[in-house]
Design a binder for this molecule. Sequence first.
Ligand SMILES: [Zn+2]
Length: 130
Amino acid sequence: MTDDEEYDRNCVCRDLESITKVGIDTDGEFKYILMKVKCSNKKHELPSVVIVRGYKRHNNHTDIFNEVNEELQPLCGDEVLGGGIITHDSNSKTINIFGKSDTYGEANHAATARLIREAYPDYKVTFNNK
Ligand SMILES: [Zn+2]
C-alpha cells in the first residue's frame, strides 16, 4: 500500500473544520474537559483543533472523554489537555470555570474561556486557575 492510498482511506482532516468547538450543558455545575482532536491518520499531526466538552450526566472526566472520543469517530480524540468544572447560568448569561481533574490535571482555563467567549459572545465568562 502506498502512502497516498493510506492518506485517502484514513484522512479525515477536512472534517476538523466543521467540528463544534464548545459543547456544554445549558445550566448548572458540571465537569468539563479541554481536549485536542486530530485526524485518525497518525501521520497527520496537523491540523488539530481544541474543543471543550462538559455534561452534567457524567460524574468524572474520563467518562466525558470516552463519550466524546466515540462520538467523534473517525476523528481521533488525541489528547486531553486538562479538566475542571464549569458553572453555567443561562438566565444571567454567566459562565465560570475553575477546579481540576484528578485524572487529567487542571486545564488552562484561560484557553477554555477564550473558546467559550467565541461560542457565547454575549456572556460574561470568568475563570480561576490556581
Ligand atoms: Zn488527515
